[in-house]
Design a protein around this ligand. Structure first.
Ligand code: HEM
Length: 416
């Protein structure tokens, strides 16, 4: 299971149907793979299903105990405190950071493009998203820390969510905690905007204002924010590099809206094909490839009895390839998300890159603006090609991760 869980879960779903045991044992793990069951577990019976799975408990104990892992009253209070920060009205301030940081990054890539050198696109995109996320959320630039935090985190991600800690987790955790402490100290010195995330946590005065709790929130949000968006941006670049006709359609759309200037967030409604490319990337390569819950009491899903204490998992990766809901599920076809009829008739809960129900992603508004904007800015600037002898595959570790890392050559696009 640990070696290639994605492949295994997809083939088990083909053989065993929409609800089956994929890990037997004292604490059985079920996979449920039907929109009605997704609704039952994530939306309707939230009192029956908790987030206290072994993976989440491991994350809370060894990485950070924040909004991703909290439960009950503590979660409700945290979500209420943080919700306004992620509202649609705050997207433009966040995406200003995107435009700045992408601008700096593409200038830094210029040299590799001129010399015809390959870049490690996965590592570069992780670094880019880490900077954007930390500046966007906390107004502190982590550039002085160099690539160390993202390198340590990349090494630690395969071990995140295991029951026991691991030396690579401890190494990454100590650096990311140091960084979080420095972010908090700089915020205290500078005094932020009263409505920003840290000011709201500090002003709440309750348990969320405790220094360890604040540090855990910073670590949780930085990690949840950058690993997922880096995953989708990396996979979208990969799809565009392997499907040059799709890349050319995106480029033509961008040229009709912003022929002689970088794309902005205000342009996004006018470039629906670009947004469809991101949505289709998240269908085939959903960053959060598995969502787990623990049954607190017995339940029945379809014709299966779910005993108390079982793990019930939903895999957007498997669900998004379900042939009942997705014709030609393995084909990358962004037009699925352009076609009004397709959008209107899509079965609710068959497409869940951001989860569903009360625990769905708090950062979805930001991600849905950030990812197309970044990919659009990169497409405007470069044509990407991949080395032809390397086969990249998705691995389900903390987020869906390409292995080996994606490498690409860049060709600059001259603007007239
Ligand atoms: C493409 C990008 C993203 C994807 C695909 C994604 C996906 C998800 C999913 C599926 C969940 C639900 C997990 C569950 O039900 O157990 C979730 C929760 C969460 N996400 Fe995201 N996410 C993304 C971006 C972000 C960003 C940008 C942030 C913050 C800056 C963020 C912060 C969080 C947090 C804090 C939670 C926990 C919410 C709660 O339990 O109340 N995510 N995300």
């Amino acid at each position: 299971m640990r070696r290639d869980p994605l492949h295994l879960l997809v083939s088990l779903a083909r053989q065993k149907g929409d609800c089956f045991v994929y890990l037997p044992g004292k604490q059985q793990s079920f996979l449920v793979n039907r929109p009605e069951y997704v609704r039952q577990v994530l939306v309707e019976r939230t009192e029956t299903y908790s987030k206290e799975t072994p993976a989440n408990v491991g994350f809370g104990a060894h990485v950070a105990d924040g909004l991703l892992t909290s439960e009950g009253e503590a979660w409700r209070a945290q979500r209420k405190l943080m919700r306004p920060v992620f509202a649609q009205r705050n997207v433009p301030a966040f995406t200003d950071v995107v435009s700045d940081v992408v601008g700096q990054t593409v200038r830094a890539w210029e040299r590799a493009a001129d010399d015809g050198k390959e870049i490690n696109l996965s590592a570069e995109v992780s670094q880019l998203l880490f900077r954007i996320t930390v500046i966007g959320l906390f107004r502190v630039d982590p550039a002085d820390w160099g690539t160390r935090p993202t390198e340590l985190l990349a090494a630690a991600l395969p071990y995140v969510g295991r029951r026991h800690s691991h030396p690579t987790i401890r190494a990454a955790r100590s650096v990311i905690r140091e960084l979080a402490d420095s972010v908090i100290a700089q915020h205290r010195e500078r005094g932020g905007d009263p409505d920003d995330l840290l000011s709201r946590l500090i002003a709440s005065g309750g348990p969320e204002a405790d220094p360890v709790a604040i540090r855990d929130h910073v670590v949780t949000l930085a990690l949840a924010g950058y690993t997922t968006t880096a995953s989708v941006v990396g996979w979208a670049c990969y799809m565009l590099a392997t499907q040059p006709d799709v890349a050319e359609q995106v480029r033509a759309e961008l040229a009709s809206v912003a022929p002689d200037r970088p794309l902005t967030v205000g342009d996004l409604p006018a470039v629906p094909y670009l947004t469809a490319v991101i949505k289709e990337t998240m269908r085939l390569y959903p960053p959060a490839w598995i969502i787990g819950r623990r049954a607190l009491r017995s339940d029945r899903i379809g014709d299966m009895d779910i005993p108390p204490d079982s793990v019930v998992a939903i895999s957007p990766y498997v669900l998004h390839r379900h042939p009942t809901y997705w014709p030609e599920p393995e084909v990358f076809e962004p037009r699925r998300f352009l076609d009004e009829e397709g959008e209107r008739t899509r079965k609710p809960y068959s497409y869940i890159p951001f989860g569903a129900g009360p625990r769905s992603c708090i950062g979805a508004n930001f991600a849905l603006a950030e990812a197309p904007l970044i990919v659009g800015l990169l497409v405007q600037r470069y044509r990407m090609t991949l080395p032809n002898d390397v086969h990249v595959r998705p691995y389900g570790i903390f987020v869906l991760t390409p292995r080996p890392p994606i490498r690409a050559s860049l060709t600059s696009i001259q603007r007239d």
